[in-house]
Write a protein that binds this ligand. Structure first.
Ligand SMILES: [Zn+2]
Length: 229
């Protein structure tokens, strides 16, 4: 279940299913403007709070020592305890993945393009390649994003999204698509079983989160943040 906690009086959301440090920020906390505060909260060096440059790709990288820039990257894997990672969102689907057995994690940026390119299951398969992660050991948190009732898109996008899953039942209506549900099913198709799905929609709950669509292409972003341990 998603719950709230405060970082310096600013509301953030977290899942009680995942015991390692993580949260989804709200409008009250823009991470890039609060690097010192967030690093202090996470007890890490601010230089070790890493964000990749997101381009709606399916490119996945792993955090390494002495590297700050991860260009053209939409999912970042973390296996180091003295680092934390964050990615930015405003309608796209944030997905935090955590391997309970190997104690490694990742955040994926799955807007409709990333979802159509199956970035979430590809990230798990990359973890499988590197750490021999068993998808059954993964906890997947699907964060706040544009909801089914609000995400109307092109027929072309709908057909690309439909092609990514075995069973499309309940996830599409006319040109509306359930991005949270599609990501969940993609992950289920490769064996992930443990999920927590955030109930919020960035458009319906625009008082809490940023929406690129509703706020005229806003440059503001909320974030998904993960630190191990
Ligand atoms: Zn909505």
């Amino acid at each position: 279940m998603f719950k709230t906690k405060k970082i310096n009086d600013k509301t953030v959301y977290y899942s009680d299913l995942l015991k390692t440090e993580h949260f989804f920020t709200s409008r009250e906390l823009i991470v890039k403007d609060n690097i010192e505060l967030v690093s202090k909260y996470l007890k890490i060096n601010p230089d070790n709070l890493i964000k990749p440059s997101q381009i709606h790709s399916a490119n996945i990288e792993t955090v390494v020592e002495n590297k700050k820039d991860y260009p053209d990257c939409d999912a970042l894997i973390l296996d180091k305890k003295d680092f934390a990672i964050y990615l930015n969102f405003a309608d796209c689907t944030p997905i935090i993945l955590y391997d309970e057995k190997n104690k490694t994690g990742a955040i994926a940026h799955a807007g409709w393009r990333g979802t159509a390119q199956q970035i979430a299951p590809k990230t798990v398969l990359k973890m499988k390649e590197i750490y021999k992660t068993n998808p059954e050991d993964i906890i997947a948190l699907i964060g706040p994003c544009i909801g089914f009732e609000c995400f109307e898109t092109s027929s072309e996008a709908i057909s690309k999204l439909k092609n990514t899953i075995k069973d499309t039942k309940g996830l599409f209506k006319d040109n509306f698509a359930d991005l949270k549900g599609i990501n969940k099913r993609q992950l289920e198709d490769i064996g992930v079983k443990k999920f927590d799905i955030c109930p919020y929609c960035t458009i319906c709950d625009n008082d809490k989160f940023f929406s690129y669509r509703k706020e005229n292409k806003t440059k503001n972003r909320h974030s998904a943040v993960l630190k191990l341990g």
